[in-house]
Design a protein around this ligand. Structure first.
Ligand code: CO
Length: 185
């Protein structure tokens, strides 16, 4: 299992649509394990395969369900499809691929999502609140969509320079990704 480097805004892989997974084999299990290791090492609550440079429709989420984070919702979703969205909520969002930028994003409050687990079994999950938000954010990644795309034009204009800096490889002060393969984590 490995911690992989998370791709940063400006990397074209973040703008590509990931392909459906057809074989549920050992390489899929390895990808899911690597996504989980990487998400935890970066202290994220979700990660999509695009973010580690893999164009397959796989994402992981690990969202705290209480203030202390004792109770968590942890899932790996393969080929997820959001079947229903209802109500809406606005809350602050960030992204491991867009360090240093956090903004309020409006998304559905509750969703029903169908996916396959790592063994290829079909699963339907109802999610709300933070978990629903994380899943919507990660499914967007699989379609090459980033949370900043969902902001108002005015807000995007305001962030333009910060995003251009990231795309040039200039990372925010204090950005310290975990060590990569072979590292201490
Ligand atoms: Co993200």
């Amino acid at each position: 299992m490995a911690i992989l480097p998370v791709r940063i805004y400006g990397d074209p892989v973040l703008r590509q649509r990931a392909a459906e997974v057809k074989s549920f084999d050992v390489s899929l299990l390895r990808l899911v394990a690597d996504l989980r290791d990487t998400m935890h090492a970066y202290h994220g609550v979700g990660l999509a395969a695009n973010q580690v440079g893999v164009l397959e429709r796989v994402l992981v989420v690990d969202v705290p369900l209480d203030e202390e984070g004792v109770s968590r919702a942890s899932h790996a979703l393969v080929n997820p499809v959001i079947l229903e969205r209802s109500s809406s909520q606005s809350d602050e969002e960030g992204c491991l691929s867009i360090p240093g930028i956090n903004e309020d994003v409006t998304r559905a409050l509750t969703i029903r999502v169908r996916y396959q687990d790592e063994a290829g079994r079909s699963v339907t999950l109802e999610a709300e609140g933070y978990l629903a938000r994380a899943i919507q954010h990660e499914v967007d990644h699989l379609d090459g969509v980033l949370f900043v795309d969902r902001l108002s034009p005015l807000k995007r204009q305001f962030l333009r320079r910060a995003l251009e800096s990231l795309a040039r490889g200039e990372l925010p002060d204090g950005y310290a990704p975990p060590l990569h393969p072979g590292g201490a984590c």
